[in-house]
Write a protein that binds this ligand. Structure first.
Ligand SMILES: [Zn+2]
Length: 72
């Protein structure tokens, strides 16, 4: 989403994201992850990211139990 779209969706307006928008900000940069997303209610989204078995980010996440791993 660019600045114009963000301003157009300003305070009091609903933010509408497409699955492509969500995939762009949630997909893993270290593997060919798959992303599924649903809109729970207007402007509230849930995304599930499935990493490849060989993903180094996910391996570090599991090794450190989710602590000390960057999320961006
Ligand atoms: Zn990954």
């Amino acid at each position: 989403m660019n600045r114009r779209n963000r301003r157009a969706s300003g305070p009091g307006r609903r933010l509408t994201l497409t699955p492509a928008d969500i995939r762009r900000v949630t997909s893993c940069p270290d593997c060919g992850s798959e992303v599924e997303s649903i809109e729970l209610e207007p402007s509230v989204y849930e995304a599930v990211v499935r990493h490849d078995d060989t993903c180094p980010w996910f391996a570090a996440f599991q090794r450190d139990r989710g602590y000390g791993v960057r999320f961006w």
